[in-house]
Design a protein around this ligand. Structure first.
Ligand SMILES: [Ca+2]
Length: 72
């Protein structure tokens, strides 16, 4: 699915215009986004804070999966 992202490094993740499921800001939602999300999560990165609560919890994983499978 084509996302509304403008690509890596464009700052769309800060503007809120990116789709949550397009974790790597490639402009596409693919299985690589899921892998990148999980890799970041297990690396202790802050980006998997899908619901922007300020902490990474299991709810973030559920929220990301809902976005991923909902293509949003
Ligand atoms: Ca992507």
């Amino acid at each position: 699915m084509r996302a509304q992202s403008r690509g890596v490094g464009t700052g769309c993740e800060r503007s809120g215009l990116c789709l949550l499921a397009d974790f790597n800001n490639s402009g596409l939602i693919s299985i690589q986004d899921l892998f990148d999300y999980l890799a970041a999560r297990f690396a202790g990165d802050f980006r998997p804070d899908s619901n922007r609560s300020g902490a990474v919890s299991v709810q973030d994983l559920f929220d990301y999966l809902a976005a991923y499978f909902g293509q949003r």
